[in-house]
Design a protein. Structure first.
Ligand SMILES: Cc1ncc(COP(=O)(O)O)c(C=O)c1O
Length: 390
């Protein structure tokens, strides 16, 4: 099984970072051909000696890491400047300024929340903890791989169920695959890289049924792109005492990918356990925290980013559909669609035009995942795409 992807692996597997840069990497096609066990073709160890990120070229359209192209809110920038005045102090009491409103919105208590420098820390901690006694992590066949790869390194097996025909997590199939060996169920919603979301009522029912037996980890990195009224209200299940771990990030709609802020919502004893694998909240700087407080309150900015994302996503989806491509409907800030040429060739030709995207083979079919940038970037993407596909 080699169909899960980390952010780094998207980049590493990409011709964008390998073509012409003198780096020796597996291509997606090579990975797809690999008969080795789960993700083995994508477990290239990170080495500072040949850090591909250090060599990333300047792009006209940077559409490869699902970042927020609009940046961070002005209110967050102002908060950062102001917080420099207390940069000599450890952040401590200030966490309440963020946890209190999040708790109120989620219907949980502040002690159900642990802040972290991005949600990756929460994913890594959970991976290590739930893998340490062996057993299996249960998930879907094409999903985000950070937690899974780390769990595998710490001794877990990964069981990845096929997706539904419309590229969604197949919750009934996952339910049917639960055995005593399963230590954690990992669900990404909306899913990366497909952009699909499982129906809210189905997810809530699934969690109610499964969480009393097996902990369920819901990675909601992209949930902010979904209309607030339609989002699953999983906090209320945590408040009822269920063994759910929700991972959230400020990296996406808040634009904090570089600032690093995220959080977990779970039972206090679970947070305490996860905390033992990390530096916990101590790793969050006071400037980032105060920026987070400002950005969380800045509903206008979040609405603006969601609306701009939806506009550029609709434009891109329509343009690709008009060109005869079948686009998987996305609820996130990226789009996945099947392409008709080899991944490496496609990437190379897009890259040559200064357009950064990611590609991947899945079940023998090459796909392009394009992040939703500004309208200008998406126009550049579509124009470049037309040149490549003729
Ligand atoms: C599904 C998913 N989860 C978690 C993350 C981690 O993001 P961060 O550590 O920036 O919060 C990402 C990053 O792209 C992601 O796609």
């Amino acid at each position: 099984m080699s169909s899960q992807l980390t952010r780094r692996d998207w980049l590493r597997a990409s011709g964008l970072l390998t073509a012409g840069l003198g780096l020796s990497r597996f291509t997606p096609a090579e990975a797809a051909r690999s008969n080795a066990p789960f993700v083995s073709a994508f477990t290239n160890e990170f080495s500072f000696a040949d850090d591909p990120f250090a060599k990333m070229p300047k792009l006209k359209a940077r559409l490869l890491a699902n970042e927020n192209p609009l940046g961070i809110a002005q209110s967050a920038k102002d908060a950062i400047v102001k917080a420099t005045e207390i940069g000599n102090r450890y952040a401590w009491m200030e966490f309440a300024q963020l946890k209190t409103p999040i708790a109120a919105d989620e219907g949980v208590k502040p002690e159900n929340i642990m802040m972290s420098p991005g949600s990756s820390d929460v994913l890594m901690a959970a991976a290590e903890h739930f893998a340490k006694e062996g057993g299996t992590i249960l998930t879907s066949a094409m999903t985000y791989d950070d937690l899974l790869q780390r769990a595998q390194k710490f001794g877990a097996k990964i069981k990845a169920m096929p997706m539904t025909k419309d590229f969604k997590y197949d919750l009934p199939a996952i339910k049917a695959a639960i055995t005593p060996d399963v230590k954690l169920v990992y669900i990404v919603n909306p899913n990366n890289p497909t952009g699909t979301i499982v129906p809210t009522a189905d997810l809530e029912a699934f969690c109610r049924e499964i969480a009393p037996k097996v902990p369920v980890f819901i990675d909601e990195a992209y949930i902010d792109f979904y209309e607030p009224a339609d989002r699953p209200k999983l906090g209320k299940l945590v408040a009822e005492g269920m063994n759910l771990i929700l991972a959230r990030t400020f990296s996406k709609i808040h634009g904090f990918a570089g600032l690093r802020l995220g959080y977990a919502i779970a039972q206090p004893d679970v947070l305490k356990t996860l905390h033992a694998y990390t530096n916990g909240e101590f790793a969050v700087s006071i400037t980032t925290l105060m920026a987070g407080v400002a950005s969380y309150k800045d509903i206008d900015w979040q609405n603006h980013c969601r609306a701009e994302n939806a506009k550029a996503r609709t434009y891109t989806t329509k343009a690709l559909t008009d060109l005869g491509y079948e686009v998987i409907p996305s609820s996130a800030n990226f789009i996945l669609f099947p392409i008709r040429m080899k991944t490496k060739t496609f990437e190379g030709q897009m890259f040559a035009q200064g357009i950064g995207i990611q590609t991947r083979d899945f079940n023998g079919q090459p796909y392009c995942r394009v992040s939703v940038g500004t309208m200008d970037e998406m126009t550049i993407f579509i124009d470049g795409f037309k040149k490549v596909v003729g």
